[in-house]
Design a binder for this molecule. Structure first.
Ligand SMILES: Cc1cc2nc3c(=O)[nH]c(=O)nc-3n(C[C@H](O)[C@H](O)[C@H](O)COP(=O)(O)O)c2cc1C
Length: 273
């Protein structure tokens, strides 16, 4: 089968899963093409396929904003088979189920929704400390990745065999989903608190190149300026090589507010965009 997968990633977890899924599915004789939803949405839209997939990180029991925009803009599905694979650090809620519902209404045939646990990339200042909101150290991160790889291979077997399976439709999933969506606005406050620690910045401009919505620019003195379109993907914050991007002044303490540097070094930050 020809399979096309659209993905969004902030810190590489989703891309890591996509690359593994490509390996697993190609080992079964399929052809898999990956498309980053922001820069390759036209190519994704136009590519011929037998099966279409979406991979995304869960953001407050929704897919990330750019994927929501793409999904809501999709035209009639004409029965096209679709699978949906999300990943999260703690709670996926009913994200996949909701995604499925919307695509089913558009005439797609979503036969599989599933979620995996991946390391968190979301250690924001002033949030209550809990084990899911702590960016893991290498050993713990590798354990999470090993477990995810095992589960992903099962998911890929199901995709390959066309097995129907739906995750995220229980009462508890809906409850968690609804609660997370209701309280998600609380994160908005962070969006206007991005700044640069000038003494740490090495002017590599990676933050500018990585920002998926071009929200970071430079003023006439070369100082970084954060616009008002931030979607809180936290790419710049996590992946700045010097941890010079701050969210609130407290995050100058990068031991307390450890940044997530991605699943491994094979994926370079610029590829995330
Ligand atoms: C804005 C934002 C919101 C998030 N919301 C959730 C959430 O509701 N539930 C959860 O378990 N993880 C949440 N996370 C954690 C990510 O889903 C998780 O770390 C994911 O693996 C990141 O994938 P990526 O590296 O491909 O972006 C959130 C992360 C971000 C940046």
């Amino acid at each position: 089968m020809k399979i096309k997968i659209a993905y969004f990633t902030s810190t590489g977890n989703t891309l890591w899963l996509c690359n593994k899924a490509k390996e697993f599915l190609e080992a079964k004789g399929h052809t898999v093409n990956l498309y980053e939803i922001i820069k390759e949405h036209n190519e994704f839209k136009q590519a011929e396929c037998d099966l279409m997939g979406f991979f995304y990180p869960v953001w407050g029991s929704n897919p990330p904003d750019p994927m929501v925009e793409y999904r809501d803009d999709m035209s009639f599905g004409d029965g096209k088979k679709v699978f949906i694979v999300g990943n999260c650090c703690a709670l996926n809620g009913d994200t996949g189920h909701l995604f499925k519902k919307i695509l089913d209404e558009k005439g797609y045939d979503v036969f599989l929704t599933d979620h995996l646990y991946m390391p968190t990339n979301f250690n924001l200042p002033y949030e209550p400390e809990n084990k899911w909101k702590r960016v893991p150290l290498e050993d713990e991160r590798n354990k999470i990745l090993c477990r995810a790889e095992v589960k992903l291979s099962e998911i890929c077997n199901n995709i390959s065999d066309g097995v129907e399976s739906y995750d995220g439709k229980s009462f508890m999933n809906h409850l968690a989903g609804a609660l997370q969506r209701k309280t998600y606005w609380m994160g908005d406050g962070y969006k206007s608190h991005f700044s640069i620690a000038e003494d740490k910045c090495i002017h590599c401009d990676l933050c500018i190149r990585m920002c998926p919505i071009n929200n970071i620019t430079k003023d006439e003195n070369g100082k970084k300026v954060f616009g008002d379109k931030c979607i809180l993907c936290v790419k710049c914050y996590n992946l700045c090589p010097k941890d010079a991007v701050l969210i609130c002044k407290a995050s100058i303490d990068d031991e307390k507010y450890r940044r997530y540097k991605g699943p491994n070094e094979d994926i370079k930050p610029v590829e995330y965009r």
